[in-house]
Design a protein around this ligand. Structure first.
Ligand SMILES: [Zn+2]
Length: 353
């Protein structure tokens, strides 16, 4: 966004705390500009498709890791905090997601999956860490964009604001249903992005991404989303050195528990793959196993001393049924919600009643 215009929006109270990074060192500018360019481009593509006007993206001067959507006086604002940019670059740094991590995936798999990862390592211009960061950004953008559509489809809005960090004091079941709806469409965006990578849109010279490598892209893509959601599960975004797990809950707080969200995202993603590429024959258990393996390798490299994953797996065992039941309950609420119904009908999406 143009700096003068950004300050004008601040003056009119449409946005708060804009982060003006243009006066910083070139190297730092480049980092924030990467996020601004990516989000602005995605927003432009989408608002044209959905006929939205006055859509703006900005970075807020805030060190916590957060993203948000706001509709105020006709302006549709999507934003991330500067902490989001910093933490995401750290989470998907190439030192953490290195060739070494991919070699571990190759060793832990066999047959076609192993050869798929080998193929990706040999693909020119392809960086696994960048790919995972891009998938994560696609998800964040897609999620916030769906909130913008929800606001615009809702009849009673004067001002609407949703941010993504869990607010412990603020429960509303409709809001939980909106969150799962936003995750569902964000998952589609990630899937669409992976298809574009598969079709060679981002390579200087067109390269062959064969079926095995495509399957590995699908695992890495959704793996990056599960990794970021696991961070919020353990409160890492806010308490960098002091991991504080969020105990399982259903009808509480502003957002559904990250475990409910992860299971819902995996389910949605599996359905999308199955419907679009039935010949790939990726079953739900296979998808889950591969994502878990990726997470295991990732968290061992990222934080070897913290028993993040064993605690996560224990919770899955313990709360799987209740999380799935709650997910189904939210689905029923979502399809009765007026804003969501209108959007599904507009997109011609059939839903089970
Ligand atoms: Zn949300």
């Amino acid at each position: 966004m143009d700096i003068d215009f950004m300050y004008k929006l601040k003056e009119y109270n449409i946005i708060d705390n804009p982060f003006d990074y243009k006066y910083l060192d070139a190297e730092i500018i480049e980092k924030y500009q990467f996020f601004a360019d990516q989000f602005e481009k995605l927003y432009e593509e989408k608002n044209e498709r959905y006929n939205l006007t006055d859509c703006f993206f900005y970075i807020r001067d805030d060190i916590s890791c957060n993203a948000f959507a706001r509709n105020k006086r006709g302006y549709n604002i999507i934003g991330i905090t500067k902490g989001y940019a910093v933490q995401m670059l750290e989470a998907f740094d190439e030192k953490i997601i290195s060739n070494n991590s991919i070699n571990k995936l190759i060793e832990s798999n066999n047959g076609s999956i192993s050869s798929g990862y080998k193929k990706l390592l040999k693909t020119n211009d392809f960086s696994v860490s960048k790919f995972m960061l891009n998938c994560s950004n696609q998800f964040t953008f897609g999620h916030e964009f769906q909130h913008i559509l929800q606001f615009n489809s809702s009849k009673i809005i004067v001002e609407n604001y949703i941010s993504e960090n869990i607010d412990l004091s603020n429960f509303c079941i409709k809001r939980h249903a909106w969150e799962l709806d936003a995750d569902f469409f964000a998952t589609w965006d990630v899937f669409g992005y992976i298809l574009n990578v598969k079709n060679g849109y981002y390579f200087k010279n067109k390269q062959d991404i064969n079926e095995n490598a495509f399957i590995c892209l699908l695992f890495l893509g959704i793996g990056s989303i599960c990794i970021t959601k696991t961070f919020s599960y353990f409160g890492k975004w806010n308490y960098k050195n002091d991991i504080k797990k969020i105990n399982f809950y259903t009808k509480k707080h502003s957002h559904p528990h990250p475990l409910v969200r992860i299971l819902h995202i995996l389910d949605s993603y599996h359905d999308q793959i199955k419907d679009s590429f039935p010949s790939l024959k990726i079953d739900k258990q296979g998808l889950l196993n591969n994502v878990m393996l990726l997470m295991e390798i990732y968290f061992k490299t990222q934080s070897p001393n913290k028993k993040i994953l064993s605690s996560f797996f224990k919770d899955i065992d313990r709360y799987l049924n209740i999380a799935n039941e709650y997910k189904d309950e939210l689905y029923d609420i979502a399809i009765k919600d007026e804003a969501i119904r209108t959007l599904l009908n507009k997109r011609n999406i059939k839903f089970k009643e």
